[in-house]
Each structure stands twice: as structure tokens, then as C-alpha cells.
Design a protein around this ligand. Sequence first.
Ligand SMILES: *Cc1c(COP(=O)(O)O)cnc(C)c1O
Length: 382
Amino acid sequence: MSSYILEMKNIQMVDLHSQYLKIKDEINTGIQEVIDTTTFIKGGKVKDFQQQLESYLNVTHVIPVGNGTDALQIALMSLGLKPGDEVITPTFTFIATAEVVALLGLTPVLVDVEFGTFNISIESLKKAITPKTKAIVPVHLFGQNADMEAVLAVAKEHNLFVVEDACQSIGSVYTFSDGRKVQSGCMGSIGCTSFFPSKNLGCFGDGGAIFTNNEELATKIRAISNHGMVIRYHHDMIGVNSRLDSIQAAVLEAKLKHLDEYTASRQASADFYDAAFADNENLITPARTDKSTHVFHQYTLKLNGINRVGLQKHLANMGIPAMVYYPVPLHLQKAYQNVRYQAGDFPVAEKLSECVLSLPMHTELSEEQLEYITKNVLEFVR
Ligand SMILES: *Cc1c(COP(=O)(O)O)cnc(C)c1O
């Protein structure tokens, strides 16, 4: 087989193997060091990575934890909310965002999103606020920050906590109208991220982290993630066990050094897709705002009058994967069906769930692969 055909056969949604091969020595050396020192939990590597991430993000406290879902749960636990308190999240997101709210006995209040950016609708957010509202969890979906200036203004007016779900947006930078530039996850009271392997900064298993500039919250978050313990075997509050292990930290330490290159590579692929689809009215490319950079965790098209299943099948026949993120908004998920919501409540999210399609997006896409993908998409759409 020619190398061209081999390369096209190898198109994946996320190509972690090719990425690994490029920095294999750095990663293997780090992992070997952990094995040689046998400090698998709370080793020096975790501390090193924590400090490197603090300096990358320009945030006072990074608290590494077991995964992104734990990060969200622990963040909410640290706020001292009472059962029945309301937490607002967008309905068009990954389930974890609302799941942790429900698990803690808090009430998830869902709101709609903007069609262009997929992010929380400020209008919908304002309408959802009640005297019981205590926190907003905006999600920076697919790698672009939500309209945080507006979210923070609403939060300030109503005295609410803001917990950012930055699981898809690490490295994305938001510019406030006074010119201040802040990293994703570092604008609200607390930010949460995930190091799941396919995330923009992914490890070789599960991992996550919590960010905050608030000393008091940081102390509480550290304790909660470690069984509510400040002094050894003295438990001041009910906590959980959620840790990033040293082997994952070694992988992340190596990959953090390359995060900006990785982001640039994703952005170049997104630019290629944008240019290829610009003149086609059946394909709506992702909206980009001037307020935030986009780190393209996903490149998500909106199909206008095109059969999504048909396009997905056509691409699959040509060896091109394409995925629907997300096919069912949270308010229509079985687990969240209660008297509160019904079909029609959040028309934008419902429309999106019917028309979105995400194309392969990762750090190792070649120009030949991008040409092949876009050519095959356009072939079906025309
Ligand atoms: C991945 C993800 C999470 C959960 O992260 P895990 O590490 O898989 O627990 C939460 N929210 C969003 C938006 C995500 O993409």
C-alpha cells in the first residue's frame, strides 16, 4: 500500500499514538523516574507539575485531583451550599457538569446556549436566577471561553459563586474589556479541568485539577480532596479520596511543555477546515468571538439541511470518523427527567443536538489528511 493510503487509513478523531512517538523519550524518562523512586502517590512529580501549571496559568493555587468530574464535585463541596440550593449550568454539555450538582443534593437548573458558540446564553442565565440560586457553572465548550465578563457581572449582581468547567478549554485565553487577559478556568471563584487522555492536555489514565486564586477555598479544596484532613488523621469535614498519581503527573509535566505547540496545531487544522467550508451554506463553521481564543478541543460543524446520518456514513466509508457531541441535551436525558423540564424548553440546545457534527481534531493532523477529510465532506454536501 502507498504511504498516502496508509496515512488516510489512519485518520482518527484523536491520534494519541503519533503524538506520543514525538516525545516518547521525555515521557518515558519521567515515568521511569517515578518507578525508580517508587513515590507513586504524592510524589515530587505531582508537586512539580502543580507548580508548573500554576505558573503556566498564572493562578495562585492548582490542586491536582483524580479526574475532571471529581474536580467539579470537590469545587462545589467547598462552597458550603445547602441541599436544595440551585446551581445553574448549560443544558448543552457533557453530563458530568450537572451530575455532580445532583449528586450533592443541590438542584441543577439548566439554561440554554448560544447557537454560534455553543456556550451559555446570558439571556437564558438571567431568566433562571431565583432567590435560591447560589452558583453558576459555565462550560467553555469545545475549547472557547464563554462570555465570562457577562457571566461574572451577573454573578456579582446576585452574589453567586462561579465554578468554571474548563475541562475542554485549557490554554484558552479570555480578554476582558479593560484589556486584562486571563487563562480559562482562572476567572471565576474556582476552575476545573480534566486530564482525560483525549483532552487538550491529557495524561495516560484519569486525572484532573482545580484552580483558584482564593486562599481560603484552596485550603478547603485540598482538605476535601484528601478525606477532609488538614492534620493527619484529624478530619475536619467530610471529604473524598481524589488524587492525581505521580505517573500521570510525569506524563503531564512532559506534555505541558508542548501545550502551546499543540494548541497552535489544533488552531491551524481549524483554520484549514474553516477555509474549506467557508463558501458552503450547508455547513456552518464554529463561531469565534474576539473575547476569547479557541483551543479547538473539538471542531464542530452545524449542518444546514444535510442528512447527518448519511454524511457520517459516507465519511465512515471513506475511513473518516465523525462524532455527535452531544446528541441529547441534559434536560432531555432520562436521568434528569422530572417535572421541571420538557422538550421545547431549550430550543437552541435541542436544535444543536440535531445538527452538530464534530470532525477529526487533534495535534497530529497532516495537510494531506485535512484535504482528504474536507474533500470528502464537500463531496457529500454539494
Ligand atoms: C471531560 C469532561 C468532564 C469530566 O472529566 P473526566 O476527567 O472525564 O471526569 C466534565 N465536563 C466536561 C465539559 C468535559 O468535557
